[in-house]
Design a protein around this ligand. Sequence first.
Ligand code: KIV
Length: 274
Amino acid sequence: MYAGGAEKKRERPMTVARLHAIKREGGAIACLTAYDYSMARAVDAAGTDVMLVGDSLGMVMQGRETTLPVTVDEIIYHTRCVAAARQRALVMADMPFMSYPDAATALANAGRLMKEGGAQMVKLEGAGDQAHIVAALAAAGVPVCAHLGLQPQLVHKIGGYRVQGRDAEDADAMVEDALALERAGADLLLVECIPAALGKRLARRLRIPVVGIGAGAGCDGQILVVQDMLGITPGRPPRFSRDFMPDAGSIPAALEAYVEAVRVRTFPGEEHSF
Ligand code: KIV
């Protein structure tokens, strides 16, 4: 079992194998988004395990309404900035909307994110019907994080940003999807805005680590958008986030406080969960 503060700074560079070992040993994986060099340096120095160059950059960096307009070239640009800052955290890059409609296109774009951007893992949204894409990427040696629950790229299809998997049938389907993605070769699963009980169930059922955002404390790790946890996102903060700035007083201290709170499982609390 990881001893929280004592394990706050995991000094060796993070790898997929180490993420899996953290889960096996009962530790918690601390992840944050990052989009630029200076912030990525601070996020990495705080002991974060995974830095995600999320397509959320469309909203928090570009001021767009949704993540849909983000392009592969934009993700590559921001991934390069983040990868330049990397000392220890694993750098994961999002596959933007419509960049993985079939296996051949997914392979070409994931290859660009890794070769041109320096990503060490790619993330894609989609249920069990994306398993063939995950399988093609995995077979080509691309580490993959699958993304279930609320999928912001589907915002126009589902009609808003809502908690997913609330009823028993949807929850069972999500578990089946997650198992199919794991069998296809996914190395990590990110789940967004689902009931805490379902987050815990997924973490127990899967061999691969399950990282949650708005998915309760029973996941194997947590991720937040860095602007949300620093309290600088305009408008009402999402319920699943916590502003670490007021208590910490500085950006480096807030980032460290977040990493520590994830490791000792004091974040998320029930008030951040569904
Ligand atoms: O794009 C993003 O930032 C995400 C969040 C769920 C972390 O996918």
